[in-house]
Write a protein that binds this ligand. Structure first.
Ligand code: NDP
Length: 315
């Protein structure tokens, strides 16, 4: 039986691995299977430059940073398996996890399966990913291509308001494209966005296509009026999808509480779930901060919580 199994990589999973390895728990970490839609390294693998992670004054690419996180966790003995967990049984201890037919038992479990930003599903979004298309203004907003240029944010929730407000620091104008005539966002955030001189709302409008070319990346969007069907082009150098995130929590729903947005619920200021011995960290349980640094911090918390919990339940 394993003392601790970590499901998921990304800053949370790798940090949980590092700390549990240094606590002599010989962690086994399931990285995810790239061929089954689970990217080892998580969302940072699709990020170009990371400039807001302390300790990298010159910036670092997301994949490079994740490679270093992994190397550090490996240095202290973490074992990695490049498979996705497809089934869990948390009804009793030891907990059981499966990848296909293969099964493992664990005294404790750390869930770090992350979340995925949602996109509209246009092929052109994927074509220009990281070349003007992003789902994280905090991560990417400050890069030169977005400075003093018109930008587009799609969505009408709090994320869209927050992303748009953040982008006003850099953009010449931020266009929020929303499919209805009313925002879903909290009133205070919506009012603030609507009143901002650098924000213009394109009501009752959807993005039909992201426009661009190989050399420049994104050069604009084609918008469609939902009432008339009329289309028009809006020049911009950035397109930010802010239509929500999907936490990767389906596997655990039968056993663990989720909130109204599907995120795993942890006890205040800890990584404890309601099943003793099961801990959650990173974006699968955090819809507020969603940063590499906060995910890493919560991975550390999960490792310390699991270590202490195991100590008090051993023997
Ligand atoms: P939400 O689900 O609240 O909003 C998603 C938005 O995207 C909606 O306006 C929705 O439109 C729109 N949308 C969804 N799918 C499509 C589509 N296919 N085409 C066009 N538009 C689409 O997600 P958020 O990420 O904004 O927020 C999630 C949770 O996190 C909320 O509870 C929010 O309050 C919270 N949050 C809090 C923050 C804070 O307090 N600082 C910051 C960010 C998030 P429609 O309205 O028509 O459904």
């Amino acid at each position: 039986m394993e003392k601790v199994i970590i499901i998921g990589t990304g800053p949370a999973g790798y940090t949980a691995a590092l700390y549990t390895a240094r606590a002599d728990l010989n962690p086994l970490c399931f990285e995810g299977d790239p061929y089954k839609g689970f990217l080892p390294g998580g969302q940072l693998m699709t990020t170009t430059e990371v400039e807001n992670y302390p300790g990298y004054p010159e910036g670092v690419t997301g994949p490079e940073m994740m490679a270093q996180f992994k190397k550090q966790a490996e240095r202290f003995g973490t074992r990695f398996i490049q498979k996705s967990i497809t089934k869990v049984d948390l009804s009793e201890r030891p907990f059981r996890v499966w990848s296909g037919e293969a099964e493992w038992d664990a005294a404790s479990l750390i869930i770090a399966t992350g979340a995925d930003a949602k996109y509209l599903g246009l092929p052109s979004e994927q074509t220009f990913l990281n070349r003007g298309v992003s789902a994280c203004a905090t991560c990417d907003g400050a890069v030169p291509r977005f400075r003093n240029k018109p930008l587009v944010v799609v969505g009408g929730g709090d994320t869209a308001m927050e992303e748009a407000m953040f982008l006003t620091k850099f953009a010449s104008m931020v266009h929020i494209v929303h499919r209805r005539d009313k925002f879903r966002a909290s009133k205070i955030m919506a009012d603030r966005a609507i009143a901002h001189p650098k924000i213009k709302v394109e009501w009752n409008t959807t993005v039909d296509e992201v426009l661009g070319n190989d050399t420049e990346g994104v050069t604009g969007v084609r918008l469609k009026d939902v009432n008339t069907g009329a289309t028009r082009e809006l020049p911009c150098t950035g397109y930010f999808s802010a239509i929500g995130h999907k936490p990767n929590a389906e596997l655990f729903r039968e056993w663990l509480k989720t909130d109204e947005n599907g995120y795993l619920v942890t006890k205040a200021s800890s990584s404890y779930t309601q099943v003793e011995g099961v801990f959650a960290c990173g974006d699968v349980q955090d819809h507020v901060y969603r940063q590499a640094i906060t995910a890493a911090g919560s991975g550390c918390m999960a490792a310390i919580d699991a270590t202490r919990w195991l100590e008090s339940h051993e023997g």
